[in-house]
Design a protein around this ligand. Structure first.
Ligand SMILES: *Cc1c(COP(=O)(O)O)cnc(C)c1O
Length: 392
């Protein structure tokens, strides 16, 4: 644990300005996690999901670090997110889960984004755009077939072609005129629970749909998210789509996390207060002081993504000492009971570890009653951000 601490020392200088927290993002750890996942995939290629600003960590910086680690396939949700990646990675294959409509087809093609076509209507729209005379007459790069993913729903009931649409496409493959199917894809609903029978049912449904489609068996396939990679080689196919595991979230809850931690968050102590019974702390007076002690006020609140649900529930660390959040979480502030911390370790201007190797994203998420994904994507914009590039 001491070595972990020296890797992420508290900032020796206070952050510039009056930021109430310091967010460190270890790009070397993201690169190491990418290589770790690629090594587990044997024959398949590892892509990277960088939607939602790379799960809140900064899409452009994260994508460049992943490219440096060998990643060439990037997945986003929205066109704007794809455009941001295209600006920094002109050579990458960039896929957009949002699909294509008559309104968005031109923008997708212009930025060379590869949409996941999620229903027959989207296939029709993209095929129609691909075959427009204006596009064909333009010649050059833009005039060939347009690359797309065909997304088949195998049990998520969210996006993707349903069984009757797969049958209609199998009956009439001309619906795909002008489209080059780069991958057939589907998405797992319960991959983090290896024992859930839904995994095998989705795998069978995916293979069945691929067999029904003329192009489906020949076209490469993409199936596994982070947790799906850990379900074994049957789930790997040709291109994996991990997001969370790249950013340090445990792909298998309940077993030791094989991924390197990427994020650490320190909150700045603004004030210390000696307290005694019968004082109360914070809005609603939810915390009643029972004995002599000390309270530290820290400059991080729910506006920074430190969820209100952590009031009277969350924990942080100062040095070796675990300190509980007491009272409600305010918009800009939390209060911690630091009575057990040696007085020289809790000082105004000092720092508390809110997310650290000792108390990782998943542990904070559990205290908030949510998942690490939501903690990361909610990380606020007011922190002083430090990106480290150390090779992981
Ligand atoms: C978000 C997303 C992923 C990545 O999932 P993780 O659990 O973060 O690895 C993969 N595929 C699709 C379709 C997604 O929406």
């Amino acid at each position: 644990m001491t070595t972990l601490r020296t890797r992420m020392p508290p900032p020796s200088d206070p952050p510039p300005g009056d930021a109430g927290g310091v967010l460190r993002i270890d790009l070397g750890a993201i690169a190491a996690n990418y290589r770790n996942l690629q090594a587990r995939l044997a024959a398949a290629t590892c892509g990277a999901v960088v939607k939602a600003d790379a799960y809140g960590l900064g899409a452009a910086k994260v994508a460049k670090a992943l490219w440096g680690a060998g990643c060439r396939d990037f997945f986003v949700a929205l066109i704007d997110e794809g455009v941001e990646i295209r600006a920094v990675l002109p050579e990458a294959d960039i896929y957009a889960f949002c699909g294509a409509t008559p309104e968005t087809a031109a923008a997708l093609a212009e930025h060379r984004l590869i949409p996941a076509l999620n229903d027959l209507g989207q296939i029709e729209a993209y095929s129609a755009y691909a075959r427009t005379p204006a596009r064909e007459a333009a010649g050059g790069v833009g005039s060939g077939r347009l690359a797309a993913l065909i997304h088949i729903d195998t049990g998520m009931t969210r996006l993707g072609l349903e069984a009757r649409e797969v049958a209609a496409l199998a009956d009439d493959p001309r619906r795909l005129a002008g489209i080059e199917v780069k991958y057939v894809m589907s998405h797992l609903a319960a991959a983090e629970e290896p024992a859930d029978p839904l995994n095998a049912r989705q795998l069978a449904a995916f293979n069945d749909a691929r067999a029904r489609l003329e192009f489906g068996i020949d076209a490469p396939a993409s199936f596994a998210n982070s947790s799906g990679i850990f379900l074994g080689p049957d789930y790997h196919f040709d291109l994996a789509r991990p997001g969370a595991a790249l950013y340090g979230i445990a792909p298998r809850p309940g077993v030791p996390n094989p991924m390197a931690q990427v994020v650490s968050l320190q909150g700045k102590i603004l004030q210390l207060r000696d307290v005694d019974s019968p004082m109360t702390v914070g809005y609603g007076a939810t915390h009643r002081v029972r004995a002599k002690g000390r309270i530290a006020t820290v400059g991080v609140g729910y506006a920074d993504g430190y969820f209100r649900a952590l009031g009277d529930r969350g924990h942080a660390y100062i040095g070796e000492t675990r300190v509980p959040v007491v009272g409600r979480v305010s918009m800009d502030l939390i209060t911690l009971d630091v009575s057990d911390v040696p007085p020289d370790q809790a000082v105004p201007g000092g720092f508390v570890d809110l997310i650290s190797d000792r108390h990782p994203v998943d542990a904070l998420a559990a205290e908030a009653g949510t998942i690490g994904y939501e903690i990361l994507t909610a990380l606020g914009r007011r922190y002083h951000r430090i990106y480290s590039h150390a090779a992981g």
